[in-house]
Write a protein that binds this ligand. Structure first.
Ligand code: NAG
Ligand code: NAG
Ligand code: NAG
Ligand code: NAG
Ligand code: NAG
Ligand code: NAG
Ligand code: NAG
Length: 341
């Protein structure tokens, strides 16, 4: 600290006695820039390619190095870096010229927590309506390098960056996402992820924290697979069943109507088996919290079909008649034209 202060004073003196020149800098850092986790150690070597340096030093709030004579490199070292806005400067003095270079330091901190919740809403969502989800990221730095990623299941749906923010100290971030769920989203898991994209100098893979998944429930009205009216032909003695199964959430319940009216429909059944073959129009209504839908069945009564035996008798009769006719013709031919026949 004291060294840094002395270094700074030296620098000030130089500045007043001519000021730094920004001509091609003979100062090099190794590594060229650093990304440090808050509280971690860091060490950077400042060296010069200048043939005749008078001396060098580091000016920094922590880890400063006072002016050293006749050296061509100095090291800036901090055991526990706890300064969000640190900007260490390496300086070099040559005969008549002074050079300075600022080291780029990114101090980062992973969030304390990342959570997802529905915004201004609780319970199930309704298909086709807008809903907001909120991602709450606590105590992260620097915001400039933060990327908030939204996922539905394993599908990436939105990435948001904060590169326009320059705040280096930790802060909280609230990010909302507007969704308009469909019935296919019922049971989907949404989550958000906070990633610190610290570039190639940063840790690989980038530090990432993910929220717990938010499982959403989507309500939608009852829907029939085939909503158009069904026409059924029923024959005497046959049983028919009218299938009114509808998908919907919450699970639909059912009621029936018909003309002519039939008393005592079974309650809340998606399948109706009319107890006797009654022709007419049957209407089923599937209802849930969100809405209702109806489906019509037209049952036509068909005359009892002629049985096989019936056909056999008829056919036999026809054959018999034909045989008789042929027999008559044959007889007439045999008897000759003058016969009584
Ligand atoms: C959420 O609800 C609160 C009060 O219930 C209201 O003050 C706030 O403006 C609402 N926010 C949004 C985004 O609708
Ligand atoms: C998501 O997971 C499903 C299986 O659960 C898989 O078929 C699909 O390819 C995955 N998609 C992506 C983008 O990873
Ligand atoms: C978000 O970024 C990742 C890479 O980090 C990329 O794979 C994904 O496609 C991006 N998602 C969107 C919605 O742009
Ligand atoms: C977040 O909510 C505000 C209103 O509260 C809205 O104006 C904004 O568009 C929302 N952002 C996203 C990404 O949905
Ligand atoms: C969300 O769904 C997952 C997987 O189906 C399950 O493990 C988890 O308990 C559910 N979370 C809630 C809050 O229902
Ligand atoms: C029709 O249904 C009745 C009562 O449910 C049953 O007794 C009868 O055997 C059924 N007839 C046929 C042809 O399935
Ligand atoms: C009808 O059936 C549904 C699904 O089986 C059930 O949730 C509902 O409570 C029933 N309603 C009545 C009035 O019985």
């Amino acid at each position: 600290m004291v060294n840094g202060y002395i270094g700074f004073l030296t620098l000030v003196v130089w500045m007043f006695s001519g000021g730094p020149t920004h001509a091609s800098s003979p100062i090099e850092f190794n590594p060229p820039s650093v990304v440090v986790k808050y509280g971690d150690s860091v060490s950077v070597l400042c060296s010069t390619s200048h043939p005749k340096p008078v001396g060098m030093g580091w000016e920094s709030t922590i880890g400063g190095v006072s002016f050293q004579l006749d050296v061509s490199s100095v090291t800036w070292t901090v055991d526990k870096l706890k300064d969000w806005t640190i900007e260490p400067i390496c300086y070099i003095s040559t005969d008549g010229t002074q050079y300075t270079k600022t080291l780029s330091v990114i101090v980062y901190k992973s969030p304390d927590s990342v959570s997802i919740s529905p915004l201004n809403h609780s319970g199930p969502m309704v298909e086709g309506t807008e809903n907001n989800l909120l991602c709450d990221i606590k105590n992260v730095a620097p915001l400039q390098n933060l990327v908030v990623k939204w996922y539905k299941g394993n599908e990436s749906i939105l990435n948001i960056t904060y590169s326009h923010l320059s705040k280096k100290t930790p802060g909280d971030v609230f990010q909302n996402l507007t969704i308009t769920p469909s019935r296919d989203d019922d049971g989907a898991h949404y989550r958000c992820e906070a990633e610190l994209d610290l570039g190639p100098e940063g840790p690989q893979p980038p530090p990432t924290m993910t929220s717990e998944p938010l499982n959403i429930t989507v309500h939608y009205p009852p829907t029939f697979l085939s909503p158009e009216a069904e026409i059924l032909d029923v024959r005497m003695g046959e049983n028919i069943s009218l299938n009114c199964v509808a998908t919907g959430r919450p699970t639909p319940h059912y009621s029936w109507m018909s003309s002519p009216h039939i008393p005592n429909y079974p309650q809340n059944q998606s399948l109706l088996i009319p107890s006797s073959e009654l022709p007419g129009k049957y209407t089923c209504i599937a209802t849930n919290l969100i809405g209702q839908n109806s489906k019509m069945f037209i049952v036509n009564f068909q005359q009892k079909a002629h049985s096989k035996i019936h056909w056999i008798i008829k056919l036999s009769g026809l054959i018999l008649a034909l045989v008789i006719c042929i027999g008559c013709v044959v007889l007439k031919v045999k008897a000759g034209p003058n016969s009584l026949f």
